[in-house]
Design a protein around this ligand. Structure first.
Ligand code: KG4
Ligand code: ZN
Length: 333
């Protein structure tokens, strides 16, 4: 079965064609970051219009690249939440149009569950149970995944997502949007111990908080304007990575899960890929990071999640999907 996956929940227009839930025939991601760079964050109205302009062409391009025709499709999967309501509506409307015109089933996908499916695509033989750490620009959460289709959120950020904190900190330094990759690169030349940034809520519990870290950076910059940017980035990133690693290991141990799967844009970060496995190893835990292109927003993960819902959960599909901007991962299947 060939699944057409569509992702428009934020500022990436993404389309993918997936065979039998595992084999990526084509995966195209058009990032709107240039459009939003001048605002220092995502401008929802501009995002919707750009998705509308780009999506149909991207689907044509994906079909051509995979050497497929419309008649080859067996299922359409689309993200219906969480995300920005306008951008979600563009994806859902387009996907519904395709489903009606081609008489195909349409399955709605939770963007956060889709992120976890990066693990299935990158390591097909590695199945749940595992602890999922979803760490992106919009979300930071820990979820127990006893089996695909069953998600129990055990920890979440109380305020900013980790990627959001990195992006806000980057804006302070004038690094542009999104700042995560640039902070990661600069950090490699800096001293992670140069600035004593706080580790909010590190000592106990599974919830996280990253907003105070940005405030600490504002005050530090005010009082120490000469601090080299590389040292600032290395220290800020170290605080974020420290909290994420500590909480993930704590959650896995508490839930007796021996594997941690890290997904979402921040999972592309090299420092996180060094620190977390090191900490986990000390407790005999394994850590899986899908390749960076599957960690950041893409539609192959949406197609994989839709395929699972349709074929393994017998989800019948629906032509009356609506955007759910605050859709939770907890209890979603
Ligand atoms: O998952 P994603 O592509 O989109 C959302 O669903 O949010 O994540 C985007 C976030 C941004 O905050 C970006 O700065 C961060 O992931 N990011 C990184 C890296 N690549 C992307 N953060 C740190 N290091 C990276 N290499
Ligand atoms: Zn995402």
């Amino acid at each position: 079965m060939i699944v057409l996956g569509i992702e428009t929940s934020c500022d990436e227009t993404a389309v993918a064609l997936l065979r039998d839930g595992r084999e990526i025939l084509s995966s195209l991601v058009y990032s709107q970051t240039d459009l939003h760079a001048r605002y220092g964050g995502v401008m929802p109205e501009a995002a919707s219009r750009d998705h509308l302009r780009k999506l149909p062409r991207l689907v044509d391009e994906a079909l051509a690249q995979a050497g497929l025709a419309w008649g080859d499709l067996g299922l359409v999967g689309v993200t219906y939440g969480p995300g920005l309501v306008g951008p979600l509506l563009v994806g859902i409307s387009y996907a519904s149009g395709v489903a009606v015109a081609r008489d195909l089933p349409l399955v709605g996908v939770n963007h956060l569950a889709a992120h976890l499916f990066a693990h299935r695509l990158s390591e097909p033989e590695a199945e749940p149970p595992f602890l999922g750490l979803v760490v992106s620009g919009g979300h930071t959460l820990l979820a127990a995944v006893p089996r695909w289709g069953e998600y129990k959120v055990v920890g979440t950020t109380r305020d900013d997502a980790a990627g959001e904190a990195l992006d806000k900190f980057g804006r302070l330094l004038g690094l542009g949007y999104p700042a995560g990759p640039k902070i990661g690169a600069l950090a490699r030349e800096g001293d992670p111990a140069a600035v004593p940034f706080p580790r909010p809520m590190l000592e106990s519990g599974l919830d996280m908080s990253f907003a105070g870290l940005k405030t600490a950076a504002v005050y530090w910059l005010r009082d120490h304007p000469g601090t080299p940017p590389a040292d600032l980035c290395a220290s800020f990133l170290e605080a974020v990575v420290d909290v994420l690693s500590e909480k993930a290991v704590r959650a896995a141990r508490r839930l007796s899960l021996s594997r941690i799967v890290v997904v979402g844009g921040v999972a592309a970060n090299r420092r996180l890929r060094e620190v977390l496995p090191e900490r986990a190893q000390a407790w005999g835990l394994a850590v899986h990071f899908p390749p960076p292109e599957l960690c950041t927003d893409n539609a192959a993960i949406v197609a994989a999640c839709a395929h699972h819902r349709f074929t393994e959960l017998a989800c019948p599909g629906s032509l009356s999907l609506s955007p759910e901007p605050n859709l939770s991962l907890d209890g979603w299947s």
